[in-house]
Design a protein around this ligand. Structure first.
Ligand code: EPU
Length: 417
């Protein structure tokens, strides 16, 4: 199993290109199931999760042609309406094939995703919404068996909580349903908006894009389209946290400056000097970070996917901070690992109290999930001496060659095979 070896204490200097967003690419690739036409996608990130979803899509009969960050999909010959356990168990986002398969072909069999390191993460809202659209759904042998008698029917759906992939699944299903669907309490994440924009380019009729009320008029068929996946705001903010922790001067390119206001505001509070221009962000840091307290919430609030990385910065801040996680019930697994590096963090329920110490000291640590892994990379770069991070396959799921990008700007970080 690969490990990352980091020698901390190096300032970061130089340019980092930001990749396309994982959480936009995954639903967008699944939208290839909705049409017999060609979907020509660019800025698709090179990630393990993208390879997994492409494998899953290919076994349905979807034709996949890939050239680096360009992917072309053709769904003219889909013949297997199934997502097997072997693939779904490795990536929960596989559930995103359910809505499109059911809407276009009238049936689907998708393995029920199992538990997950960061929380129980049920998919009841996806199922409830599809049932409201007339689907008959049973759970048997660990699989979701979904069937519709003819086309799905438009419905008014109010999800019990805001769910990102739930909104995406129901949105894709609604594009081919009969009549009007209203999705109330819809997720407003920029990745949902990116998917909605692609669907419109494919001929879907959607109003309220970017709001919590999406109104969809179903159409008979969708056609092919071209689309560039939106830039990854979480990857960008992860690099900004890295420079906040190590000090230095970096320029992020191929990024967006308008989709992570809350994180940027918090980074200014940390002490990062930010200069936003066009699709670039320059970030400079010369002092010890200030502590920042926050609560994670749905977009446009503070993203849960940035909680661990900000906590890494807080561990070496010049004062105490408090972090509350409200989206997932078990997303503090980085705390124990950071404490092994000398951080002083205690938790009470879903709140972490961070003291802020003068220095961290490198040690062997274990990555437990994707964003926790990124936070350990940041902590390792800020620590004195050598940190060895085990189980970095978690990192490869969602970051495009993170160690290559970071070593190009001066970090001492190598992958050990
Ligand atoms: N929930 C339910 N029932 C459902 C759906 C969700 O109870 O049917 C609960 C979840 O258990 C959770 C909350 O609702 O407590 C929100 O979950 P959501 O459905 O929004 O999460 P998701 O769609 O499974 C996506 C991202 C996550 C990100 C969350 C929150 C993708 C592929 N994944 O997950 O990304 O943390 O939204 O923003 O878009 C990551 O990239 O590291 C990652 C975990």
């Amino acid at each position: 199993m690969d490990k990352l070896q980091i020698v901390g204490g190096k300032r970061l200097n130089g340019e980092i290109p930001v990749s396309g967003a994982k959480n936009a690419a995954l639903p967008i690739l699944c939208a290839g199931l909705l049409t017999a036409g060609d979907l020509e996608l660019s800025n698709v990130p090179r990630l393990h999760d993208v390879r997994t979803i492409l494998k899953l899509l290919a076994q349905t009969g979807l034709k996949v042609t890939q050239d680096d960050e360009r992917v072309t999909l053709n769904g003219a010959n889909i013949d297997t309406l199934e997502a097997p356990y072997e693939l779904v168990k490795t990536m929960r986002a596989s559930i995103l094939v359910l809505g499109p398969l059911l809407a276009r072909f009238g049936q689907a069999k998708v393995s029920l995703p199992g538990g997950c390191a960061i929380g129980s993460r049920p998919v009841d809202q996806h199922i409830k919404g599809l049932r409201q659209m007339g689907a008959e759904i049973t759970i048997e042998g660990g699989y979701i068996h979904a069937r519709s008698n003819g086309k799905l029917k438009g419905a008014r759906i109010h999800t019990d909580m805001i769910t990102v992939t739930g909104t995406e699944n129901l949105l894709m299903a609604a594009t081919l349903a009969e009549g009007e669907t209203v999705l109330e309490n819809a997720a407003r994440e920029p990745e949902v908006t990116d998917l909605a924009n692609l669907l419109v380019a494919m001929g879907a009729k959607i109003e309220g894009i970017g709001t919590d009320r999406l109104v969809i008029q179903g159409v008979d068929a969708l056609h092919g389209a071209r689309h560039a996946v939106i830039s990854d705001r979480i990857e960008a903010a992860t690099f900004l946290c890295a420079v906040a922790a190590t000090g230095g001067d970096i320029l992020l390119t191929n990024t967006r400056t308008d989709i992570f206001d809350v994180a940027l505001e918090k980074l200014r509070e940390v002490g990062l000097q930010l200069d936003l221009q066009g699709d670039t962000i320059r970030a400079r840091m010369d002092a010890r970070p200030n502590p920042v307290s926050f609560r994670t919430t749905e977009y446009p609030g503070f993203p849960t996917d940035m909680q661990a990385q900000f906590m890494a910065v807080n561990t070496i801040a010049n004062g105490p901070s408090k972090v509350t996680e409200t989206i997932f019930e078990n997303r503090f697994m980085h705390v124990q690992e950071m404490n092994r590096l000398g951080a002083q963090i205690s938790t009470e329920g879903n709140t972490a109290f961070i003291k802020g110490v003068g220095r961290l000291v490198g040690a062997p640590v274990m990555a437990t999930d994707l964003r926790a892994s990124a936070s350990l990379v940041i902590a390792g770069m800020a620590a004195e001496g050598t940190t060895l991070i085990d189980r970095i396959y978690h990192l490869d799921r969602g970051y495009d060659r993170m160690e290559v990008k970071l070593s190009a700007v001066g970090a001492d970080i190598v992958r050990l095979k």
